[in-house]
Design a protein around this ligand. Structure first.
Ligand code: DGP
Length: 214
C-alpha cells in the first residue's frame, strides 16, 4: 500500500476553501482526513482565535507569525502518520497562508524567507490548489466578516504575497501547484474542476513515494 497524498487548498478569505475541502474529503471518504488551519481548538489555536476576533488583543507581528506556525507543527506528526497509514490528508490552508498573511503586513525584516523559516521541515503537499476569485478585487463587493484580516485592502496585499510565495517556493503551473479560478462559478463547477485536478495525483500511486519538505 502506498502512502496517502497530501492535498492543500489555499486561497484568500471567502474563496470557498472550506466548502471545497469538505466536498473533496467527503468524496474521498473513508480514505481521507480533513485538517483545517488554524486549528482553533488547541491551546495555541485559542490564542490565535483571540488575536483574530478581538482587535484589542495585540501581540507583536513576529509572535503572531510564530503562533500560526506552531499551530501547524502541533499536527505535523499526526499528518505524517495518517499519510503513512495510506489515508489522504486534505488541508484547508497551510504554510502559504502563513507566509502570505504575515508578509502582507510589510513589517521590516518579515520578508518571504523569514516567514518561511519556522515552517521549514513541514511536509510539502503533493498538490496545492490556489482558489482565486477575481471579483474579490472589487471594493464594491466588500462582503468580508469582522475578523482582523477581513478587509479588501489587506486581502489585495495578501493575494500579491501568495503569488510572490508561489514564485519563490513553487513552480507555477507545475504538477504540484494549480490555480483554480472560481470567479462566477458554482460550487459544483469548482468541485468538478478540483476533482479532475486531484485524479492524476491519486492514481499515480507508484511514483513519488518519498516525502518532500519545505
Ligand atoms: P480561516 O479560519 O480560514 O478564516 O482563517 C482565519 C484568518 O487567519 C484568515 O483571515 C486567514 C488568517 N490566517 C490563516 N493562516 C494564517 C497564518 O498562518 N498566518 C497568518 N498571519 N494568518 C493566517
Amino acid at each position: 500500500m502506498g502512502r496517502g497524498r497530501l492535498i492543500l487548498i489555499e486561497g484568500l478569505d471567502r474563496t470557498g476553501k472550506t466548502t471545497q475541502t469538505s466536498i473533496l474529503t467527503d468524496r474521498l471518504k473513508p480514505n481521507a482526513q480533513l485538517i483545517k488551519f488554524p486549528d482553533r481548538s488547541t491551546t495555541i489555536g485559542k490564542l490565535i482565535n483571540q488575536y483574530l476576533t478581538d482587535k484589542n488583543f495585540n501581540l507583536p507581528n513576529q509572535s503572531v507569525h510564530l503562533l500560526f506556525s506552531a499551530n501547524r507543527w502541533e499536527v505535523a506528526e499526526n499528518i505524517k502518520e495518517t499519510l503513512l497509514n495510506g489515508t489522504n490528508v486534505i488541508l484547508d490552508r497551510y504554510v502559504y497562508s502563513g507566509i502570505a498573511y504575515s508578509a502582507a503586513k510589510d513589517v521590516d525584516g518579515m520578508d518571504l524567507q523569514w516567514c518561511l523559516n519556522p515552517d521549514k521541515g513541514l511536509l510539502k503537499p503533493d498538490l496545492t490548489l490556489f482558489l482565486t476569485n477575481e471579483s474579490n478585487d472589487d471594493a464594491e463587493r466588500d462582503g468580508f466578516g469582522e475578523e482582523r484580516y477581513e478587509n479588501v485592502q489587506f486581502q489585495k496585499k495578501v493575494k500579491k504575497q501568495f503569488y510572490a510565495a508561489f514564485t519563490e517556493f513553487e513552480t507555477p503551473n507545475s504538477n504540484t501547484l494549480k490555480l483554480v479560478d472560481v470567479t462566477n462559478k458554482s460550487i459544483e463547477e469548482v468541485s468538478e474542476e478540483i476533482w479532475k485536478l486531484v485524479q492524476p495525483i491519486l492514481s499515480n500511486k507508484e511514483e513519488n513515494q518519498e516525502f518532500s519538505f519545505f
